[in-house]
Design a protein around this ligand. Structure first.
Ligand SMILES: *Cc1c(COP(=O)(O)O)cnc(C)c1O
Length: 395
């Protein structure tokens, strides 16, 4: 008896949700559609959704949003940035070759060097600040050129239009990891890039709360092939995280403009400090990519790196700071300081690391939305402690 009653009540809830419509409630936020499957009203004519791996209304709202922001026709949301990137690589086939920036994100490096070779997909790493080097790495079977600009952690700049021209001449696809800029500051599809990729974990979500990835294409046919791969691999973003990411994207411009403005002030401050050996930030006119970046993006962004003389001095500095989080990742409302030699680039052999400027004294700083004067005052006191460390060691 009680079982019957319960199932009756459940069926009432199910029936009433079929009647559900945003138009009736006037909600201002996209609802979180926690539904794996969707009822079909007609026996032989199915509605827009059938199963949430293939399509979910909350994820759909997010995918349409990123497509529009990037100026594309198709957006796809994945469980992580790396899920978006690795799924997009599956556009390639055995026998294909990739020309890829040597300053690529560590997880992308791992996929390209450890997974793709087993599938018969080869690669060549090149310094992407040098277009001639990229051109000479292209082979007859090169099918993809993979860009990250600005790159991590020394903010190297790649000439996007220059690479697109090379790719068109050689019938290659182009992918660009736009995590550091977001569509607010750089729209690679407008410059002819085929697939834009994001770790939405960073600036797009902005609150260090979720792991998410996005891919966007302008070409509809390519968008369909990518959507097929998204469904085939199934590394989709869930409805709740899709909702969080939509909320994050709503405040992207206010967060990111403030952070980028502060980053420029902090970069200027660090440039003038005697203990700091080098500052990498594309907003400094001394940065080798300054002019190219200014042509293809509308802001230098909110990530900068700087070099202190030694690991011991970097340690004294980090341990004296009060405000920033000391962690991997970037793009949050809280400032995040990281030590690439021990964190993002720990797996890289030491000579490779140092060749790329990733010394033991290098620190990367992702600027949050704290008061910039507080941040600079914090840096100032921590650099004073670090300077004492230098005196003590006598270097
Ligand atoms: C973090 C990051 C990734 C990987 O994204 P996940 O969301 O961590 O999987 C890819 N590219 C860049 C530039 C990143 O910073």
């Amino acid at each position: 008896m009680s079982v019957y009653k319960e199932s009756l009540e459940t069926s009432i809830v199910v029936a009433s949700t079929r009647e559900y419509s945003e138009r009736k409630t006037g909600v201002v936020n996209v609802p979180i559609y926690l539904s794996s499957t969707f009822h079909q009203e007609s026996f032989d004519e199915f509605g827009p959704y059938d199963y949430s791996r293939s399509g979910n209304p909350t994820r759909d709202a997010l995918e349409k949003t990123i497509a529009e922001l990037e100026g594309g026709t198709r957006g796809l949301a994945f469980a992580s940035g790396i899920a978006a990137i690795s799924s997009a690589f599956m556009l390639l086939s055995a026998g294909d070759h990739i020309v890829i920036t040597e300053d690529v994100y560590g997880g992308t490096f791992r996929f390209v060097t450890e997974v793709l070779p087993r599938l018969g997909i080869e690669h060549t790493f090149v310094d992407f600040t040098n277009l001639e080097a990229v051109a000479s790495a292209i082979r007859s079977n090169t099918k993809l050129i993979y860009i990250e600009t600005p790159s991590n952690p020394c903010l190297g700049i790649t000439d996007i239009a220059g690479i697109v021209e090379l790719a068109k001449d050689n019938n290659c696809l182009t992918f660009l990891d736009n995590t550091f800029m977001t569509p607010l500051y750089q729209r690679p599809l407008d410059l002819g890039i085929d697939v834009v990729l994001h770790s939405a974990t960073k600036f797009l979500s902005g609150h260090s709360d979720i792991i998410a990835g996005l891919a966007v294409t302008k070409d509809e046919e390519l968008g369909k092939r990518l959507a097929f791969l998204q469904n085939s691999f199934g590394a989709i973003l869930g409805a709740q995280d899709s909702f969080s990411l939509i909320q994050g994207i709503k405040t992207l411009s206010v967060r990111f403009e403030k952070s980028a403005d502060s980053a420029q002030q902090i970069a200027n401050y660090l440039t003038n400090h005697s203990l700091v050996e080098e500052v990498y930030y594309p907003g400094l006119s001394t940065h080798p990519g300054f002019e190219i970046h200014a042509q293809q993006a509308t802001s230098p962004g909110a990530v900068l790196s700087f070099r202190l003389p030694t690991k011991a001095i970097a340690k004294a500095f980090v341990e004296s700071l009060q405000i920033p989080v000391f962690a991997v990742s970037l793009g949050g409302v809280e400032s995040i300081l990281s030590h690439p030699a021990q964190m993002s680039h720990a797996a890289m052999p030491i000579d490779e690391r140092e060749k790329r400027g990733i010394t033991d004294g290098l620190l990367r700083f992702s600027v949050g939305i704290e008061n910039v004067n507080d941040l600079i005052a914090d840096f100032d006191q921590a650099l004073q402690v670090a300077a004492k460390q230098k005196e003590k060691v006598g270097i």
